[in-house]
Design a protein around this ligand. Structure first.
Ligand SMILES: [Zn+2]
Length: 138
């Protein structure tokens, strides 16, 4: 199964439009666990792996590259078959937006939204980013 084949046979995971009428295919990282081998995404910084992906048609994407339609399915490619998994049947996961490094009093927290690191022990304990002014989840 290659990109051309996905474009010929596939449908949009949001709008269900046939992909062959789309100029581009856009892959979207989902905050759901994949129960299959391919395709999946991960993040070497957070150590999270095997997360599900969706593929969407141009009609689901606005000019500013934001998604306009809600994603309904994750996509699995198995041999010559495209399998659509409804998101309601998958296990949601919180995507980690921070990395804690070091040990004891030497710990730091790096925010993956702004890429800044804090060595403040309260920031580490509370998973807080003083630049984004947010508490990280997960
Ligand atoms: Zn931040």
């Amino acid at each position: 199964m290659n990109i051309e084949r996905i474009k010929q046979l596939g449908k949009c995971c949001a709008t269900e439009e046939p992909l062959h009428t789309s100029d581009n295919l856009t892959w979207v990282q989902l905050a759901f666990k994949a129960q299959w081998d391919f395709p999946v995404h991960g993040n070497v910084l957070t150590g999270q792996s095997r997360m599900a992906l969706a593929v969407v048609h141009d009609c689901a994407i606005a000019n500013d590259n934001d998604l306009m339609s809600e994603i309904k399915y994750a996509i699995e490619l198995r041999d010559d078959e495209i399998i659509y998994h409804p998101l309601s049947e998958l296990q949601p996961v919180v995507i980690k937006t921070y990395v804690i490094a070091g040990i004891g009093h030497e710990q730091s927290i790096t925010c993956l939204r702004c890429n800044k690191t804090s060595y403040n022990s309260n920031d580490v304990k509370n998973k807080y980013c003083n630049y984004c002014k947010i508490f990280h989840e997960g």
